[in-house]
Design a protein around this ligand. Sequence first.
Ligand code: GAL
Length: 697
Amino acid sequence: MKFFQLVGRVGAASLVVLGALAVPALPAAAQSASKAPQGPPPLLLGTAWYPEQWPESRWPADIALMNKAHIRFVRVGEFAWSAMEPAEGDYHFGWLERAINEAGQHGIYTVIGTPTAAPPAWLTQKYPETLRTMRDGQKAQHGNRQQFNWDNPKYRELAHDIASRLAQRFGHNPYVIGWQIDNEYSQVSYDPQTRVDFQAWLKQHYGTLQNLNARWTTSYWSQTYSNWNQIPIGVGRGNPGLKLSWMRFVSDTWASYQKNQLDAIRPYATQRQFITTNMMGWFSGYDHYIVAKDLDIAAWDDYVGQGHLNPYKNGSADDLTRGFKRKNFWIMETQPGHVNWAGINNDLDKGEVRAMAWENVGHGADAVSYWQWRSAMNGQEEYHGTLIGADGTPTPVYYEVQQVGREFARTGTAIAGTQPKSQVAILHTYDSFWAINWQRHNKNYDPIAELLSYYKPLKQIAQSVDIVQPTVSLSSYKLVVAPGLNVLSEAAAKNLIAYVKNGGHLVLGQRAGMKDNDNALQPERQPGPLKALLGGRVEQYYALENPVPVDGQFGANTSKMWAEMLQVSSPETKVLETYGKSNGWLDGKPAIITRQVGKGSITYVGVWMDDAGMHRLAEWMTKTSGVTPAFGPVPDGVDVNARYAANRAIYVLTNFTPAEETVTLPATMTDLLHGGTVHQVQLGHYGVAVLSEKTAQ
Ligand code: GAL
């Protein structure tokens, strides 16, 4: 099952840096090749290619077709363990080397995926402990993928071995530009050894059982532990402290699972080869900030599934991914038309695949890669979209991707070295996401939807938004918005207080500051440690059956699903919005409050208004904090993204309206797609403009 369906999934030295690095000395074999590697171009089009599924005699035709589409890299190998090691210790890397060199000699670079997401049958048969145990106690089986146990020492030994052998063979191959570890981490194991390891993790983090018992309040429901080995895993409705610890353990275990392979690759890989993994946007099965820490660049797999490209849903996941390393990222997979795992696997409209690629680039992607080149003739994904049909000739979308490739080639130099820079940050933590999600209190309360209700109007107004953790340095932001910062660690609280005291504008959304770092209630009411600075607090929260009315600075509106009755305790704290008549408790009570703190301010928003209300709120937030749009006015439905280098700005404009739109530019700019200078552009449905403006150094 795809995680888009589960959680609304909407994947550096960036290539720019890679491109700038010196091209390594070539081995004799490569020097005699027809085309010596120049280093990859700065903006890369790619595809997932599975040469092991085809006779070698077919490869030249594939590579020729890739070249015609301006594809400049292939990702290979990530499910090919049984082809690399058909029997234990019997390694076959010759075919992979021939595929890499054949592509490379025709100007196509390679990212090698380590094959550990799909262990071969001999492996799990001989070492059954490497199979993961599902929550119901059943063992996963061979025949699908992701059947491995991410915590199992034997599996890690075998994963280290195959990754290290790949790196020894290809770590200096001039055509290999990077590595992808495994593929879309997601499935965990509930086996007895994992439970023991979790208990050891807890001991390390809590020190004593007395401390753990106190912080989890285990006196509740007689949960008190007198031995570490009593602590369970896989409890559905478990203690919130235990659940949060389990997810932190899961995240750390993915990080160490990944580190095991990083350590296998790094000693043999040249510096110019980056290491990444392909993540899944808003998927929340682990803390991505923890897992991304050891990687060189972040990457994610951008799929739409059923329906159409949503610049806020997909775009916010780009911004989220950019926030993992706080630099440009890669789209390691995206859909060539349609997928095979959604309810209705409709195709993207003509022009939409191209618009999607450019949206990614606008948000900071330096590479866009299509999954997949050609379908295996059998296997679970026969119906998935591809660039090449079963007959080996282009599908209709191939030509659209070819256009993208042509455009990447044309604009790459101008885009090289640029990256997004925002005046607005939205804060996000996995701890808070999980905490709200486990105790929604209103079944419809989706924390990502809440975040997006702020993201959308802020993106429309500011045209550029970062999504970052609350512990990063915030001083470069004029406005910081924390929609659902439910779990507020001491470090985050300190950082936010310092930000406001230094003149920053902080807006807290519903459910902020309710929990401490153990997912326990804060001893002070919301927003906990920020209460004093706010000069107010949440008096009570109400899950709503029906929306309740609010009125004030942002006009008459309603709060849906949830309403927080606020109270003001400082004369400096102003009420911006008040509840109308509903359940009696809320009637006439403050709904949004704000306090000026020196040049900065702190605001608490106790309501979740409709789109129009959130838009007015965003207008007020950006105005009071002095946020200016990255580009300038555009017609509704035209999305703008901006990337910067010291001397220039690059703007990517995409028209999501069905009509043709005219955009008058704030200055004369260079039209990178068509050449020449322009002061106005016409954009059809899904039309794209890529513009460059000189800026003062
Ligand atoms: C991704 C996965 C690919 C392929 C693709 C289909 O999640 O990494 O291997 O299955 O989905 O959409």
